[in-house]
Ligand binder design. Structure first.
Ligand code: PYC
Length: 442
């Protein structure tokens, strides 16, 4: 079947979507599979997930939240533990929460041994994930600079470098001249206000395509029999005594003895259902992207003192963010104040960006914890598991949280790597202080 040619047809993964003229004037055909798909009346299931119609009356495990963490947990439950009678319930759509609202940075240069070990495993899993999920996640190792603009920031960077090296993580302190050579377009004096004294350089620092991470895990789980139910809201969790018995949804009741909350940004709504107290406080975290620019930045730049982080995407856009909003709020509204403040700091770092336009901005809802570490694992409620407290550090933990939560649920025993992140640490005064390794001051 021939389709009339039009110049400049859009490309989808390098394949002409509609029609185009070849250089010799002949017409390029639309791929047959696409034509068939376009013309058929009953569209088959999407390539990524099966779309189950009905909820079953019971499952072995219900996962609340089809973001990266929930889907990764489902995937590893099925793949590593053979537990496939699992429903993932999502009030919106797959990856529509914080998974689709972050700046996709992956790194393991944390401050505490517990944090370093945990995120190092995540980086390792990420490095093989495209192959594992058979999906190009555009995982791109860039190198990650955390700039220090003061003596005390230099001390923290040195401290992090030493802890990192102890655990074989590639992290080292760099001086001004080396940074200037590696990032030639950056103003090392930051407009004279906050000169860069040095930086923590972390070679494995990377970015990845966040949606694809969720889709890949979702497809992997769905292919193994897990059901993903979008537009299905959890309205309550039933318990008998201290044991979970099932969940009430806006589509009916599901009996289930194991329920996992993977709903960063909505954690208090779910923990209230089982009368569990956590110290989580919700703050909006905003981000934005610029119009596409010629490539000039191949590393990730973070400045804790200026409250800004930036990388350049493969499309040329600058992906930028700052710290969480000043006040707790359960909302994903974006503000002009945020862009204005961020632009000010970005111009200190890269003054030549003055005429560049911001084309999109968005916000996520961050589950902030007092020590800037997550809350994971079993809880005092039998059958209720928490994957929460992901603040501004959740995307990079997607694979390791999925893997360790799946282990914990399958064995009813906290995985070794997540024991330090147990909820009870707050009453035991055993905090895991990661504030010094958060990307920006808060
Ligand atoms: O922890 O790497 C990080 C991060 C980047 C943006 C927000 N948090």
């Amino acid at each position: 079947m021939g389709i009339q040619a039009r110049k400049g047809a859009p490309l989808l993964f390098g394949t002409p979507v509609f029609h185009s003229k070849k250089q010799d004037g002949s017409v390029r055909l639309m791929p047959f599979r696409l034509v068939k798909q376009a013309l058929r009346k009953n569209k088959p299931d999407s390539r990524f997930f099966k779309t189950p119609t009905d909820l079953q009356s019971s499952y072995d495990v219900v996962i609340i939240g089809a973001g990266g963490h929930g889907l990764a947990c489902a995937y590893y439950l099925a793949r590593d533990h053979g537990i496939t009678n699992v429903a993932v319930l999502e009030q919106g759509y797959i990856g529509g929460g914080n998974t689709g609202r972050n700046t996709t940075i992956v790194r393991s240069n944390y401050l505490t041994p517990e944090g370093v070990r945990f995120y190092d495993e995540s980086v390792r899993l990420f490095q093989d994930l495209s192959e594992d999920l058979d999906l190009n996640l555009f995982y791109s190792t860039r190198g990650h600079f955390t700039l220090a603009h003061s003596d005390s920031a230099m001390r923290t960077m040195r401290w992090r470098a030493e802890v990192n090296k102890h655990y074989d993580i590639e992290s080292e302190l760099w001086g001004r001249d080396d940074i200037a050579r590696a990032v030639p377009f950056m103003d090392m004096d930051c407009g004279g206000q906050h000169p860069v004294l040095g930086a923590l350089y972390h070679a494995p620092g990377a970015v990845a395509r966040h949606d694809a991470v969720a889709w890949g895990y979702g497809r992997g789980a769905s292919n193994r029999g897990v059901e993903i139910h979008q537009k299905t809201k959890v309205c309550g969790i039933r318990m008998i005594g201290n044991q979970v018995e099932g969940v009430d949804t806006d589509r009916g009741f599901i009996a289930c003895k194991k329920v996992v909350s993977c709903v960063a940004g909505s954690t208090p709504r779910i923990t209230d259902m089982v009368r569990l107290r956590t110290p989580v406080e919700i703050r909006p975290l905003q981000a934005c992207v610029s119009e596409p620019l010629k490539p000039f930045l191949d590393t990730i730049i973070v400045s804790g003192s200026l409250h800004v982080y930036v990388s350049q995407s493969s499309r040329g856009e600058l992906v930028m963010g700052a710290s969480v909003d000043r006040a707790p709020l359960h909302s994903t509204r974006s503000t002009f104040d945020f862009v204005e403040d961020l632009a000010d700091k970005m111009l200190d770092l890269f003054p030549f960006l003055g005429g560049v336009k911001i084309v999109r901005q968005w916000a996520g809802m961050a589950d902030m914890t007092p020590d800037f570490a997550p809350i994971m694992g079993t809880t005092p409620i039998y059958g209720f598991y928490l994957d929460a407290g992901w603040g501004t550090w959740g995307f990079k933990a997607t694979p390791v949280s999925g893997k360790t939560m799946a282990y914990t649920i399958a064995n009813d025993d906290d995985h070794e790597l997540i024991k330090p992140f147990r909820l009870s640490r707050f009453s035991e005064y055993a905090l895991v202080g990661e504030k010094g390794a958060a990307s920006v001051g808060h």
